[in-house]
Design a protein around this ligand. Structure first.
Ligand SMILES: [Zn+2]
Length: 93
């Protein structure tokens, strides 16, 4: 078992614990390094993980890039990533 498989299985366990249904989880795909992981229902109703090795290219739109400039803790906006990351990690605010 590779690390990618372990991560996907951990994610499945965790999200099942959080109350996600199998149907909701089946819509999620995972990328670890150059491999795409997809979930599939087996004949006996269990979730299996399929791996498709290759090259993965992720296109991101501008709105997603803007989100990186928003502090995930307090929602403050910055013009560069470093300020965003430092925002709520600085204890002297
Ligand atoms: Zn903040």
């Amino acid at each position: 078992m590779t690390t990618g498989f372990q991560l996907v299985h951990k994610w499945i366990e965790r999200n099942r614990g959080l109350g996600k249904t199998d149907e909701e989880m089946m819509k999620v795909q995972f990328v670890y390094e150059g491999t795409l992981y997809r979930l599939r229902k087996t004949d006996n109703g269990e979730i299996a993980v399929d791996a498709e090795p290759g090259t993965v290219i992720i296109f991101r739109d501008e709105r997603e890039l803007e989100d990186e400039l928003t502090c995930r803790i307090c929602g403050a906006r910055y013009t560069n990533k470093i300020d965003t990351i430092r925002c709520c990690m600085n204890g002297d605010e």
